[in-house]
Write a protein that binds this ligand. Sequence first.
Ligand code: ATP
Length: 227
Amino acid sequence: MNHVPTGTPSADVSFAGARPLRVGVFGGAFDPPHWAHRALAEAALSQLGLDVLHILPTGQAWHKSRVLTPATHRQAMCALAFGDLPFTRIDAREIERQGPSYTADTLRELATEYPGAQLFLVLGADQLLAFKSWVRWPEVLAQATLAVANRAVNIGADGALDQVQEMDLSGVDLPFERLQMPLKNISATAVRAHIERPVSRSGALDVLVPEAVAGYISHNHLYQNHS
Ligand code: ATP
């Protein structure tokens, strides 16, 4: 397997007992990982009763037009953002795979590695709304239960951070489980934009990302010429 185990070293997932293993799958660009990603991982671990959560930084994101930060940095930041969570593995398979990252391929591999397991695909609401644009989405749906946390959208005319509401999922005609999580109005786009403003580089980045990630970004001068 290509993943790098992190978290509780003694978490041997082969001793989960008679019930099917519950395996979480949380993919993203993580460019960079921020507090909402971390909250989503924690919600999935506790509310789904996962035996293991694979965190998968994407390789080539077929659905994002911008060029991503080199995968080594995103993988390192994931280790810093999630590494202390129990039962969590930073899984580099999509980075190491040739070609675009398709979740259907990843789920197929994980289903082979964990025979008989129940797979949960952890998503934010924006990704649920875009789900039917995913490559081979019916296959994804057949392989995994969708576990979805809502996501904030700005409603203030001036983009005021406190004027937010939940995304409307009432029209979604797909089966999914809800993850309860306080709305967090954070996106990686906003984090990158924040860092690009020189005056805020030394500012309170750890409001947006875990402190170790903020240190890594600063040390490696990431996102300073964000476009
Ligand atoms: P970008 O702003 O660059 O598009 P992002 O903040 O959406 O990035 P991704 O790495 O693309 O971050 O997201 C990975 C997963 O985390 C997706 O399923 C996304 O829906 C979810 N997610 C990201 N931010 C939030 C948030 N604030 N609330 C709930 N889910 C989120």
